[in-house]
Design a protein around this ligand. Structure first.
Ligand SMILES: Cc1cc2nc3c(=O)[nH]c(=O)nc-3n(C[C@H](O)[C@H](O)[C@H](O)COP(=O)(O)OP(=O)(O)OC[C@H]3O[C@@H](n4cnc5c(N)ncnc54)[C@H](O)[C@@H]3O)c2cc1C
Length: 369
């Protein structure tokens, strides 16, 4: 059956994927409504904003998806900036991954995409790098975007300018279905009133909380704690991506430091002394002088993880329900391609290549065994 592109679309979750989808669908002329429980809890406001398919050492379909998204990001950002009138803070600054030995460097999964560095090369790219690092890989094509302060706001403004309707403080409690098709959602608004909203077209963008609405999705939270430091301007030019800790220098000298990866924490909120000590130790090992830079802010959030750490994209288990969730630690990188693929599938307009990309991330892959 051909998709009805006149039907309004409801976006369930107003985080990064929700905004990216709402923007793309509104550009296609769809009527879009975003239901958002709590804007501030979105991982889109937590992330470091690295665009790092190579530095992350991805492989297989996920690497290909990340590379496709990286290639798409400059045009995607230009469109958001045109639609919002705001800058997104895209910075193609390159990312350096340091290693204790050249042997470790040479077996890194994405080594073929980087420039091999020895100790002299490392010191040139990262003046002041700690003494424990003797080799590195420079991924010139990787970079960063200022998601926390710029991208999320620009996306919101672009959506508003395109007529997207936002409902903040509205929690989706239940998906309503009949004969395998979505019929609507049950919600509780900020005043505590319960309502049924009818409608047969929605995209699940509820991040780490997605399985609360669809328990058959294998999505679970991986907590991450972060902090930022005020560095002297231009003290650091490239992102340093160490094991367990990374430093991401924004244009104005703020350095974002991340991140713990806590699978046992569930949805436990808050900072922990252990997590913050872990980050301090990482900073001291990577760039000793950064231990002296004053901390400005500390925060945490929840990555939406799946067993293979790849997202769930495309048609969902109910007719009319689409999935854009489970992006784990690469959601900022993957937002551009996610918006393209999922909105394209909803319109029934995907190239053969795009259909293949989407098929690799269908939720059914977890039901094969
Ligand atoms: C510490 C940390 C560092 C990261 N660093 C990077 C990085 O450097 N690069 C990168 O590419 N990615 C990074 N990520 C990953 C990235 O932030 C996520 O993959 C991405 O934000 C996921 O987007 P999302 O829209 O699925 O979820 P979110 O942005 O979390 O949004 C989900 C939204 O859904 C809402 N919601 C949930 N349930 C309901 C409900 N029942 N009803 C209504 N609304 C609901 C929530 O309130 C929330 O606002 C990082 C993540 C973390 C936590």
């Amino acid at each position: 059956m051909a998709p009805d592109t006149r039907e309004p679309v409801r976006i369930l979750g107003g985080g990064l994927m929700g905004l990216a989808l709402a923007h793309q669908l509104a550009r296609q002329g769809r009527t879009v409504e975003v239901l958002s429980r709590r804007r501030s809890e979105a991982a889109g406001f937590v992330a470091a904003g690295m665009l790092a398919p190579h530095a992350e050492g991805l492989s297989g379909d996920l690497l290909a998806l990340g590379q496709a998204s990286l290639a798409r990001i400059p045009d995607w950002v230009a469109q958001i900036e045109a639609d919002s009138g705001l800058r997104c803070g895209l910075r193609p600054c390159g990312i350096v991954v340091p290693f204790a030995t050249a042997a470790e460097r040479d077996v890194y999964p994405t080594a073929a995409w980087g420039d091999a560095l020895d100790r002299t090369g490392l010191e040139r790219e990262l003046p002041g790098i700690g003494p424990g690092w003797q080799a590195g890989l420079l991924f010139r094509q990787d970079g960063q975007i200022d998601n926390r302060r710029r991208l999320m706001r620009a996306l919101e403004r672009a959506c508003v300018n395109l007529g997207v309707r936002f409902q903040e403080g509205v929690e989706v409690l239940e998906l309503l279905a009949a004969d395998g098709a979505l019929q609507g959602v049950r919600v509780r608004n900020a005043e505590g009133d319960l309502h049924t909203l009818a409608g047969g077209s929605a995209v699940l963008c509820s991040g780490a909380w997605s399985a609360q609405l669809l328990p058959q999705l294998p999505i679970f939270p991986v907590k991450g704690q972060m902090l930022s430091l005020q560095a002297p301007r231009d003290a650091l030019q490239r992102v340093i991506f160490g094991p367990g800790t990374y430093l991401v220098p924004r244009e104005d000298g703020l350095v974002v430091v991340g991140a713990t990866s806590e699978r046992e924490a569930g949805f436990t909120e808050g900072l922990t002394p252990f997590g913050q000590r872990q980050l301090q130790a990482g900073i001291a090992a990577l760039l000793p002088e950064a231990s002296q830079w004053p901390p400005m802010e500390r925060w945490w959030g929840f990555r939406p993880c799946t067993p293979d750490e790849g997202p769930l994209l495309g048609a969902g288990p109910l007719q009319g329900l689409w999935l854009a969730c489970g992006h784990h630690r690469n959601g900022v990188l993957l937002a551009a391609i996610t918006a393209d693929l999922v909105s394209g599938a909803m319109a029934g307009q995907l190239s053969a290549v795009a259909s293949q990309q989407l098929a690799a991330f269908h939720w059914h892959r977890f039901q094969r065994t």
